[in-house]
Design a protein around this ligand. Structure first.
Ligand SMILES: NC(=O)c1ccc[n+]([C@@H]2O[C@H](COP(=O)([O-])OP(=O)(O)OC[C@H]3O[C@@H](n4cnc5c(N)ncnc54)[C@H](OP(=O)(O)O)[C@@H]3O)[C@@H](O)[C@H]2O)c1
Length: 289
């Protein structure tokens, strides 16, 4: 399947849907009991199914997730892939950040990242120092695009002041249930400032897929789609929003890809926004600071 892309006015372009790798290879640390082979197979299956955007981070399984991505992409045309990694919030001093980026490249087995994100803001390290390091990586061509993650509007504006390149993306928690980033003006900010909003955790680890949610059932019936397809389509049919989910299950991936290529009516996007039950105003995983 050919996955459509979204393109910003500045020229930055990325697929509307990608594969996440949190919990591949372990959680915070590499898990010796993890079925690495299954994770590698899942990534390859995703690429064979048309996925090009693969998201990882040095913090996922302490770098092991990046190694699994590296193993999986061997034999594929690197230029056709859109690989994203992230530097952790404790590695944002200049030299640490450069070192982290280079180690990520090595683990993934590539000489550039399509997009490199600061995983979350540091409350101690001045953003100016981190952005100077990002500038160097960008100038050297080691990262093709500069982005951030879990940044408020204020922190994003501050980071942009020191970034040579336009900061093209902010990766943020957003789905039908978790709306902190929407409430804090980040959807509107990204839409008005030509920034890609990469929504993480689109199906909220399955919570949204509960078949007892009446409005989801109504939408599934109306569009002849499944709950995950409604949840993902709700995101990607909003301006400047793309998303990614993690799955190592082939049928879940096939199902999620069925979220692409059709559109929930605008009125239903708003209906879901307003009427989805038990919404949470704060992220349960990475609240904005
Ligand atoms: N920047 C950040 O701070 C940040 C934070 C969190 C996540 N992320 C990134 O965003 C990616 C996506 O978020 P996430 O992995 O936390 O959450 P998610 O993609 O919303 O949910 C993943 C979970 O849902 C299951 N799942 C996926 N599709 C399904 C389907 N159709 N039916 C039933 N279950 C399904 C998966 O299990 P199976 O494997 O069994 O399918 C997995 O347990 C991450 O992997 C990571 O790359 C970034």
């Amino acid at each position: 399947m050919n996955i459509p892309t979204k393109k910003l006015s500045c020229g930055f372009e990325m697929p509307v849907y990608g594969l996440g790798t949190w919990e591949m290879g372990g959680r915070k640390e590499a898990d010796p009991n993890n079925d690495d082979k299954a994770d590698i197979e899942a990534i390859k299956y995703a690429i064979d199914s048309g996925i090009t955007h693969i998201d990882t981070a040095e913090n996922y399984a302490n770098g092991h997730s990046e190694e699994l991505v590296g193993e999986a992409i061997k034999g594929y045309d690197r230029n056709k892939l859109f690989i994203v990694s992230k530097v952790g919030r404790t590695k944002l001093k200049h030299d640490d950040l450069i070192k982290s980026a280079k180690e990520s490249l090595q683990r993934i087995g590539t000489n550039y990242l399509d997009l490199f994100l600061i995983h979350a803001p540091s409350l101690e390290i001045p953003i100016e120092e981190s952005m100077l390091a990002m500038n160097e990586l960008y100038d050297e061509g080691l990262i093709k695009n500069v982005g951030v993650s879990n940044f408020t509007v204020e922190r994003f504006i501050e980071a942009q002041k020191y970034s040579k390149a336009k900061i093209v993306a902010n990766q943020l928690h957003l789905n039908l249930k978790y709306r902190e980033t929407e409430k804090k003006g980040l959807i509107r900010f990204c839409q008005e400032n030509d920034v890609m909003f990469i929504a993480w955790r689109p199906v909220q680890k399955g919570i949204i897929l509960d078949s007892n949610i009446q409005i989801i059932n109504e939408m599934c019936e109306k569009y002849r789609k499944t709950p995950s397809q409604i949840a993902i389509n709700w995101l990607i049919n909003q301006k400047n929003i793309v998303t990614l989910s993690k799955t190592r299950n082939k049928s879940h991936l096939d199902e999620n890809l069925g979220a692409i290529g059709w559109e929930i009516e605008k009125s239903d996007i708003e209906k879901l926004r307003n009427e989805f039950p038990n919404q949470e105003d704060l992220s349960d995983a990475v609240p904005l600071v």
